[in-house]
Design a protein around this ligand. Structure first.
Ligand SMILES: Cc1cc2nc3c(=O)[nH]c(=O)nc-3n(C[C@H](O)[C@H](O)[C@H](O)COP(=O)(O)OP(=O)(O)OC[C@H]3O[C@@H](n4cnc5c(N)ncnc54)[C@H](O)[C@@H]3O)c2cc1C
Length: 158
């Protein structure tokens, strides 16, 4: 079964998600960072029952600036986050490396013609967005849950 515009509180994707692919499966994910939360959301959008095991006591909305390239933006749009990404990100005009000694620009890479746009955003905002979308999609986030070992089909949690 195919569905357009998966929402769960975060609207309007032009992507198509195969909602039946993992329907009913129980999926455990180790780590609630960018990769873990994104994978969790993708599985949840396909109908899986997902638990994210994160070793920290909270999903820490911390970090530094990130560049989200058009291919990364496409992946997030496929998860229904295109509009939200527009709200938390800045559209890039250019990347301009500068000589550390003289302060003079060495080059200028125009980024205004990328589709979807090349964006800059704070990692904390992306983590917050993904965590909210996961929760809205029914993902369980288990905190203070460090995965110590993995064997076929099982996590050993400490
Ligand atoms: C300074 C810097 C700048 C960067 N800039 C960019 C950029 O501009 N654009 C870009 O696309 N990427 C950038 N990156 C890379 C990007 O941050 C990483 O690719 C991305 O965070 C990796 O996602 P991840 O989920 O694998 O790891 P993380 O986001 O680091 O998350 C890992 C999570 O797993 C948890 N964890 C670890 N071990 C366990 C365990 N045993 N049990 C349970 N939980 C566990 C951790 O607590 C953490 O929450 C940058 C990275 C750095 C350091």
């Amino acid at each position: 079964m195919k569905r357009r515009n998966a929402t769960n509180g975060v609207k309007k994707s032009t992507a198509t998600i195969d909602v039946g692919a993992n329907a009913g499966r129980s999926i455990a994910i180790s780590g609630g960072g960018i990769g873990g939360l994104t994978a969790a959301l993708a599985f949840a959008r396909q109908g899986a029952k997902v638990t994210v095991h994160e070793q920290a006591r909270a999903i820490a909305e911390v970090g530094a600036g990130l560049q989200i390239t058009p291919n990364g933006a496409r992946a997030l749009a496929a998860l229904g986050l295109a509009e939200a990404l527009d709200q938390i990100g800045l559209r890039a005009a250019a990347v301009q490396p500068v000589d550390a000694l003289t302060g003079h620009a060495i080059a200028r890479f125009d980024l205004t013609r990328q589709t979807p746009p090349y964006r800059f955003l704070h990692r904390a905002d992306l983590i917050g967005l993904l965590a909210r979308a996961c929760t809205d999609a029914g993902v369980r986030i288990a905190l203070h849950a460090r995965i110590a070992d993995v064997t076929a089909g099982w996590f050993i949690r400490r």
